[in-house]
Unconditional design. Sequence first.
Lengths: 311, 509
Amino acid sequence: MKIDLTDTTASKINKALVQGRRAIGTPAVGMVLTMVIVTDEENAYDSIKAAEEASHEHPARTLVVIKRHARTPRDRTRSHLDAEVRVGADAGTGETVVLRMYGEVSEHADSVVLPLLLPDAPVVVWWPVEAPDNPAKDPLGALAQRRITDLYTTENPLVELEARARSYAPGDTDLAWTRLTPWRSMLAAALDQARVPIVSATVEAEADNPAAELLARWLEARLHVTAERVVTAGPVVTGVRLGTENGEIVIDRPEGPLATLSLPDQPSRTLALKVRTTSELIAEELRRLDADEMYAIALRGEATKENPSDV
Amino acid sequence: MISDWDNPLRDARDRRLPRIAGPSGLVIFGVTGDLSRKKLMPAVYDLANRGMLPPGFSLVGFARRDWADQDFAQVVHDSVREHARTEFREEVWQQLAEGMRFIPGDFDDDEAFKQLRQTVDELDAARGTSGNYAFYLSVPPKFFPKVVRQLKKHGLADAPEGSWRRAVIEKPFGSDLASARELNAIVHDVFDPEQVFRIDHYLGKETVQNILALRFANQMFEPIWNRSYVDHVQITMAEDIGIGGRAGYYDGIGSARDVIQNHLLQLMALTAMEEPAAFDAASLLTEKLKVLKAVKLPEDLGRHTVRGQYAASWQGGAQVVGYLQEEGIDARSKTDTYAAIKLNVDNRRWAGVPFYLRTGKRLGRRVTEIAVVFQRAPHSPFDSTATEELGQNAIVIRVQPDEGMTVRFGSKVPGTSMEIRDVTMDFAYGESFTESSPEAYERLILDVLLGDANLFPRHQEVEESWKILDPIEEYWDRHGTPARYASGSWGPEEADEMLARDGRSWRRP
C-alpha cells in the first residue's frame, strides 16, 4: 500500500504510517531497526531495492532522504517536503518512507528524520553515494549507531580512504570493507591449515581499488609484514599471496566466482568466492551494530598491539 | 608444525569472520537413508554456501551400494537441489564435490573399513583435513556396536597427535535404562564421553536456545519463574502424521520412549533448570542433571499418566486408518501413539508445580510448545462479571512451527463497561529475524566440527531420563490397555480427565 503526501510534515507522515498499517491489518510491528538512506534521486531506486531485500533478514523502517535541487529560482526559495509512505508488500518486510526535500528543509533533514525513528531501536545511516567528509559529525550521522559509507562510489577512493581514516569514529563502516569478509575468512581458514609464520604478503587487484588497499593494510597490521600491492586487470581483488618459509599460500580469483587455494606441499583446491550483491552486503552490515574495531585497525593500517584493551 | 598455534588473522574483536570449522571431514554411515538425504546432506551444503566449512572439507559416504564417487556426488547433488535451504550455486557445489568420496560395503566388511582408512589418509594428504574426522552414525542402533568396533579395529577412532575424532549418534539412545547403559558402554569403549555427540535436533532449534536467553539474559522473566507465580507447565509435542513406514521401529517402542524420554525431558530440563555458572557444556550438564534428578513421579501412576492409540477417523479433510490397521502392526498391539504424564520437580523453585508432558501422533496439527501457565491474580478489584472471560496468564514458547513466543494476559475490551478478556502478544522469529535462522542440523553439524558440545545431551542425562520413564512404562505394561482417540483430535478423553482431576485443562495448542 502506498500513501502520497505533498507539502507535509513528520507528524503527518507518522499518522500515515499508522493508517497504512491498520489498513493492511497488521498494527503490531516487529521491526528491529531504523535504516536511513541518504541519497540522490539517481541512486534512490537501487538503494531502496537493496534495503528492501536486506529487510527480509532485518525487518526495518527505511527512511529514504532525497535532497532535490529545484530547477527554477522560485522553487529554490520555497522550502517543502513530499513523502511517499509504503507499507506491506510494497516495502519488503518493514515499511518505507521516501522523503523528498526541496529548498531550505533539505539543510535540516535531521529534523524530519528524528520524529520518524522507531522508539528504542538502533539507527543505521547509509550513504550509497556522496558520504559526508566526517560521517559521525554529520547531523544525520549523529543520530545513528552505525554509519555505512561506500568507497567504491567515490571519485578518488584512495584519497577518500585517508579522509575516512582521519575522521574515523566508532560505528563507522564501509562497504569496501564488507566486501572483503569472504576473502578474509578464507585467508584465515587457509592459515588455520598451514599453521606457519607468514614472512611476506601480496595483494593483487585492479588499480585504485579501496577494498584491496584495506585488505593490504589489514594483512600488514595482523601479520607485521609489508604488503606489496600489485595492479592487475581486475575485476576487483584478483589474488592474495602469503609467503612462508616453505612456499606460498595463494588464493587466486582471476575471474568469476571460483577461486583456487594453494597451500605449500598440498594440491590446490577450489573455493567459492562470489562477488556479493549490495543487499547481501547491507544484510551483513546489519547483523552487528556495535563498533567494528577491526575495520578501524585496517583503516589505520597500524600494527595491532598485543593487548586488545589498548585499542 | 607448531602445536599451540595462534592464527594472527583471527581476533576476538573481528566478529565478521564467521565461526568456520577447522580443517576436517565428515564420514556418514548409512548415507542412503532418509535422514541423510533430507537433512544431513542439505545441511552440509547450506553450511558450505554460508562459508562455514573450511576449504578442503571432505564428505565421505559409507553404505551398501555399488557406487563410485561420482554416483555418490550425484545423489548428494539431487538431495541438495531438492532439500537445501539456501539457493543452489554452482561454484559452492564444485568446491564441495571435489571432497566427496564413497565407500561401498557392509559394516562387517573389513575390506571396506580398510578402504575407509586409506581414504581418510588420502584426504589428509590431498585435501588437508589434518586427521580431523567426525563419524556420523546415521544407522539403526543395532548396528552401533559393529560400526564402532570396526572403527576401533581399523584405527579410525584414534586421532593422530594434535587432531580429533568424534562420533555422532542419533536417537533412540536405548529403549530403557539397561539398554541405554549397554549402548553407552559400547560407544564409550571406543570413544571418550567428550568425543560422543548425541543429536537431539530439537536442541538445535533457535527457540530452544532462546529459552536460555529469555530466562537468563533478561530481568523480567526469572523473578516469576517459580512456584510463587507459576501454576503449572505444559509441554506438548504433537504430530499430525501417523507412523508412516516406521512400523518396524515404532511398534513396541511407542511415543513415550520415542519423544518424551529425549525431546520433552530435555525441553523440561531447560525450562526448569537453575542458572548455569557459564554457558558451556559442563555447566549446562550440571544444571540439567540436577533438575532431572529432582524429578519425582506421582504416587498413583494410573491416575496421572495416560497412553492412547489413534483410531480411524477423518483428519483435516482426509480419511485415515487407525494405528492397529496400519500395515505391519499387530492388531493386538499395546504400543502407545499418545502419552501424557505428570511430573513433579522436588526442589525449592518448583515444589508443588506440576509439569504435564504430552506427545502424540495423528493429533490436530503439528506443533511443539512449552506453556508456562501462571496463577490467577490473588485479588481482583473487578467484579466477577468483568473478569468472566479472563483466563490464566501464560508465556508460551513456540518451538515449531512458527518459532517464537506468545504472552497471554488480560486486557480491557474497548467500550464503556469494564470487561476484561485474554489477549496475546506475539514475538515471531520469522518477523524479527527472518530467513537467517539456520536449520537445526546445520547448527548441530557445525557444532560437532567445532567441538562445541553445549547443545548435545550427555550420557548421564540420557540415563537419568530413562530412570524417569522406566517406572511408567513398567506400570503401563502391567495395567490396562491404551485409550482410543480419534485421529485429528487432541488426544483421548482420559487425558482431559487426568488434568480435570487437578482442576486444570490442556491448552489447545
